[in-house]
Write a protein that binds this ligand. Structure first.
Ligand code: ADP
Ligand code: F6P
Length: 544
């Protein structure tokens, strides 16, 4: 049960962000004990808190990051620093969470410039291979810097209150925070996890503030990604874009001019499988399943579940369903497709355009293929759903369509196989090869969502698979997910951060001692005003 939200304050925002004061300067000198990764508290710093204001009170925050961090905070003490989502009266703790919530309020201008602007109209499209054109505005960048400072200030205060804590910074909204923390607490173990893809260096190089962003992330001891290709792209970006400020790359390790070492790792995120198994067996889920089974009796149910985001390939999925129904008239009353779309970022124009496009396609397809007297082929829910209802949809769906054009991980895929398996289901899953999940869930039916006709053929093929083949695939994938759940991911991340803080810091001290015994100027990292004469192209090649 979520706590009741104080509705009277909803939507009220202060004039400007209350910037928590950074910790006292004396902290610079204090060398903290290296935490024990298995027991130490965690100060998580993420744009989203686990709950946000919704129409009917507090609701769970959408998206993979909040879903993944929530269970972790049940078992660890510490704090979770995040944006209050524009509401007042956020509770200090949540039932079942050991972590304190430390909300940060943002002004209306900051929400527009930092969140809708720089985070979601600059970095989001840029890091997703620029599939929508990123917009670069200096005002947004300045706001992003200000808000990152505010988050860093709140995190420093939380770290001072929480001796021996690991600082764990999340996602593209807060790329500058690790360096801001490092400047104030040189020996603090800090991790940075990116929940979304990282593009090829040539694409990342388009952002005017590329060095500040890279150096911001490199304030961490470990920078982690879902997939090897994203980690590799990041390392190549550091090699090509930071060479002229003295940053070196040694395999997967980045060496800063002060000799501090930053590890990069691949750490695919996951779900709390026990929680999804519990949800699958919940009486409320069972009641929902009974209703849905009645509703879709006699038809195969195809399902899509996503935030309404242009990275998710929702339009391509609809076009594939249309192509299928065009080709196979016999399926028009035998197949139903349900798209559940959680509203997302509707202050960003590309998201509003996407919603109009999705709803336009659904209207057209239903207008074209609904048989008189029969149900529509495409069902559409534009809302957040309670977990039991979502689990019921996963349980009754004969096929899950996970078709992003690019996606860091995609937790929905892992949730589907887990619930299906827990209910002894034999659904099939079509999974885009451009998701992080595709390198883990190898028994899924792979697809290239850019090829909508090919996608429709994959759906047709999946509909014809034997039940035993489908069940075998679901079982294999569910077992994999269970063996690689979010608790394992957290334990490894925290262990990696602690270990890297030890080795990276030691390397820095050793090399500084050597450097101190030799004459020569010290270099410090910082974004130069211009490229060095032998600056490199973003692909790593030297300029001629
Ligand atoms: P992203 O992080 O890009 O949103 P993921 O697939 O990794 O994508 O995570 C989405 C999370 O949001 C999943 O945990 C999923 O259960 C949840 N979710 C998606 N759609 C809905 C919905 N309509 N209602 C509630 N939760 C949803
Ligand atoms: O998991 C990817 C992610 O971008 C998170 O970083 C983000 O919190 C989530 O999707 C949902 O987006 P938003 O916070 O903008 O609603």
């Amino acid at each position: 049960m979520l706590p009741q939200r104080d509705q009277t304050d909803s939507g009220s925002r202060g004039p400007e962000v209350a910037v928590p004061r950074p910790a006292m300067a004396s902290e610079r000198e204090r060398v903290p004990e290296m935490p024990d990764a298995d027991k130490s508290p965690v100060v998580a710093i993420a744009n989203r808190l686990p709950i946000r204001p919704g129409d009917g009170g507090w609701e769970l925050s959408p998206g993979g990051l909040a879903t993944a961090l929530r269970p972790v905070m049940r078992t660890r003490s510490g704090a979770w620093v995040g944006w209050d989502g524009g509401s007042k009266g956020m509770p200090a703790t949540l039932p079942g969470l050991r972590t304190r919530l430390l909300p940060i309020s943002l002004s209306v201008a900051q929400v527009r410039q930092y969140y809708h602007g720089f985070a979601n109209a600059t970095l989001w499209p840029l890091l997703h291979d620029a599939i929508e054109k990123p917009r670069f505005e200096r005002g947004w960048w300045r706001s992003y810097q200000d808000v990152n400072s505010a988050f860093a200030g709140a995190a420093l205060a939380a770290l001072s209150d929480c001796q021996g804590a690991i600082a764990w910074v999340h996602d593209y909204h807060l790329a500058l925070v690790p360096r801001l923390l490092r400047e104030r607490r040189p020996d603090q173990p800090i991790g940075f996890f990116l929940h979304i893809p990282w593009p090829a260096p040539e694409i990342f190089a388009r952002v005017p503030w590329r060095q500040e962003i890279l150096l911001g992330m490199l304030g961490a001891d470990v920078v982690s990604f879902h997939a090897e290709r994203y980690r590799d792209n990041f390392v190549r970006a550091c090699a090509s874009l930071l060479a002229d400020v003295g940053v070196q790359v040694n395999g997967s390790t980045i060496v800063l001019p002060d000799q501090r070492q930053v590890s990069t790792t691949t750490a695919p995120i996951s779900i709390d499988t026990a929680e999804y198994r519990r949800l699958a067996a919940d009486p409320e889920t069972a009641a929902q399943i009974a209703g849905l089974t009645d509703q879709f009796r006699g038809r195969s149910l195809l399902l899509g579940v996503d935030r309404l985001d242009y990275t998710k390939g929702i339009v391509e999925r609809l076009l594939a369903v249309e192509a299928l129904l065009e080709r196979r008239q016999d399926l028009r009353t035998k197949v139903a497709f349900l798209q559940v779309a959680v509203p997302s970022r509707d202050n960003v124009v590309e998201y509003r355009t996407l919603r109009a496009a999705v709803e336009g396609h659904i209207g057209r397809i239903n207008g074209k293929f609904t048989e008189p007297g029969s149900d529509v082929p495409v069902h559409y829910l534009h809302r957040s759903l309670p977990p039991e209802q979502l689990a019921a949809y996963y349980a009754v769906a004969d096929m899950m369509l996970v078709t992003p054009l690019i996606d860091g991980m995609n937790l929905v895929a892992k949730e589907y196989v887990t619930v299906q398996h827990a209910r002894h289901g034999s659904g099939s899953m079509i999974l885009s090869e451009f998701t992080g999940a595709s390198s883990e869930l190898r028994e899924a039916i792979p697809c290239n969502p850019f090829d909508t006709e090919g996608l429709s053929l994959r759906v047709e093929h999946a509909l014809a698979l034997s039940q035993s083949a489908r069940r075998a695939a679901i079982t294999a994938m569910a077992r994999y997910v269970a063996a690689h759940d979010v608790h394992r991911w957290v334990a490894r991340q925290l262990r990696d951060i602690t270990a890297a803080a030890r080795t990276g810091g030691r390397a820095r001290m050793d090399r500084q001692l050597v450097a101190a015994s030799q004459p020569g100027p010290a270099r410090s990292p910082g974004p130069p005003a211009s490229r060095s004469r032998q600056g490199r192209r973003p692909d790593g090649a030297r300029r001629h």
